[in-house]
Ligand binder design. Sequence first.
Ligand code: ACO
Length: 334
Amino acid sequence: MNGLRPVAIAGTGMYVPPRVVTNHDLAKLMDTSDEWIQQRSGIVERHHVDPGTGPAELAFEASKRALEAAGLEAGDIDYIIVSSLSPQHDFPGISAFLQDKLELAGCPAMDVRCQCTGFLYGLQMGRLLVASGQYDRVLLVGTEVHSTALDFSTRGRDVTVLFGDGSGAVILEPADDAERGVLSVHTHAEGKYARKLWIEAPGSVYGPRISAEMIDEGKHYPYMEGRFVFKHAVTRMPEAVREALEHNKTEITDVNLWLFHQANLRINEMVAAQLGIPADRCANNIDRYGNCSAASIPMLLDECVRAGRVARGDLVAMAGFGSGFTWGSALVRW
Ligand code: ACO
């Protein structure tokens, strides 16, 4: 970025609530099976919160780990961005609750609502805040509590088996080397498909925002046209990857590690096959966590960093697709 500071990821962290819910556990509640879930999605288990834990509590734990990894304290942060589709409450945003937990009164705190592409949208915003020189350290957290919005009866099985709760955080700060850091972030949206994957209510277009009838009809649960979403995901993610590669004048073979949004292992396998990406360069953790929407990419990044899968100088590519529809990609020189 001409005239702007390079921006690096200084530390990463993740957190999932302790309660593990296996496919077999779900099969006791609804008409599904471990075989169906694994075969269609690659998911074996996910984590769910217990009452009293929301996306802000998960974000707090992930943030503490990211701060520790960066060798920083909460007071070093001068901007908070939280990406999520799970409201802590109707308002204010999750970032307000997280800011209070971090005891950062006065620090700007903003929510980004771009669903499964939320981390990439947040990265785009956070990078610009640091690159401009106005802020030095941005805490960016993707955090989701899906489980409290899911229908655990057979009616909701197509969506409920896919989602998990979790949080992933990164710290953005000026890079010590102009060749390092977040090289690019590209994001897109196509709102005409907003209703293909959504939760309709509560909604401000209704008065009251939710009624007993709407609850009976299940309008407070996610609705997804699965095959339609799948088809768009396997088209848009490769497009976003090509856009990132062309922008940076780089090739698939130059990328050391691929981090795709963890919505469905089959989607990621199809995207990798289309692009000719070797399987050993793709990281996945959907088997253990399910789809954690805005938290998926930073959780995966943190696992890879801690497992030593990312070395200084490596090129890391990220891409995601989700409700909105929204999609995007990022390239980072570690
Ligand atoms: N267990 C058993 N059977 C099930 C289940 C279940 N959990 N869910 C659905 N079925 C049944 C259906 O009722 C259907 O039965 P029928 O043939 O008798 O009608 C059959 O299985 C096949 O259903 P499909 O929906 O056609 O299954 P498909 O192979 O498409 O897989 C899936 C479904 C896994 C949801 C897939 O479509 C998918 O992954 N879609 C994309 C998800 C995604 O990328 N989401 C975006 C990110 S999320 C976000 O942004 C918030």
